[in-house]
Design a protein around this ligand. Sequence first.
Ligand code: UTP
Length: 409
Amino acid sequence: MTDLNAAKKYLEENGQEQVLGFYDELDEAGKQKLLDQIEKLDMSLIGLVEHNDETSERGKLEPLNAVTVKEIEKNGALYKEKGLEAIRAGEVGAVLLAGGQGTRLGYDGPKGTVNIGETRQLYIFECLIKNLMKVTDEAGVTVPLYVMTSDKNNDETVKFFKEHDFFGYPESEVSFFIQDMAPSVDHNGKLLLEEKDSLSLSPNGNGGWYASMAKTGVLEDVKKRGVKWLNIFAVDNVLQQIADPLFVGAVIDKDVVCGAKVVRKNDPEERVGVLCLEDGSPSIVEYYEMTEEMRTLRDEEGELAYAFGVILNYLFRVDELDRIVNEKLMTHVVEKKIPYINEAGEHIKPETPNGYKFEMLILDMIHLVKNCLPYEVVREHEFAPIKNKTGIDSIESAKELLRKNGVVL
Ligand code: UTP
């Protein structure tokens, strides 16, 4: 839609004329940039604001048994052997989800570049690479690492890895790929501008990671190398084990297409998404979607029946990802604080949520796969997420956990 008239018509049809409010002030490059963005717009997203119903009906929910810490202790040697075998055969790859904006942390830059060291520099990315290298050192082979970034943070992320020599990991094993963006709207569903020549665009959630791997071409590398399993993990959990041989081995041993690392809920009211069965298929159900009865239900051993919360560390079989890649994932309409320019052309940084972003979430992928093994890990050893500035899941709480696990800060 390099043509202004076509753009005008398209916006008018959708009640979004405000997007061209500053068009006449722009230079040629700015005009072109805006028209290109309008051309790529998916207006169907905006309709979702009106029908936003996050509490949609759930199917029949049932508990899903996990392979527990106890069982892992018992079968550890077998799982480890199977896992290492797959890793040594080059069948395991890792995918770092680093396209998010980390708005809760409020750090100006990619979250992975935050330094959490005290007596030395220790970056979040560095923690993750070191965790991965524990496995690759033991296995004696490297694991390809695919890093998802967004238009907002890709250049800075790549530069950071280069400046730090990939923290000792071979550069040839690391590929970056950029996820898609989605527009943001105000509470009335009107598209927001970030600049006079630019829509407010933000990464479209972590659910589209595999489709983005396909679209950007990095999937060819996965296929060329013969990678059969991908371990997906979030940027913010500095304690997590990546390409964990025991996890990989357990998933292979149980002959399933997917595994999810989970932690046991501290108490029935803990607000985490729980992995269970919905109409016979694996599914992650949010705290608020469960009845009081379900939250407190106990099994014969007196343990919570819906006990296992996900920590965003999954293992997927690649052929299963290929099977589901074209299935449509639900788009979530998420209320956020979105910087924008107002009608007077002033930059506004809101203190409270002022509109919506559109996101697809990886947790919805779990409902599409044939089966999924919840794999219990010890929270204190493997779960130290950095989400907030202070308090729960903050840099402070993560540091405390790192110290307890013997990491020198
Ligand atoms: P979060 O749900 O914590 O979102 O992401 P976020 O955007 O990073 O942080 P807030 O909510 O704005 O504070 C969980 C993981 O998914 C990645 C993040 O980088 C993190 O590793 N993610 C999230 C993406 O890769 N892309 C996205 O569009 C969103």
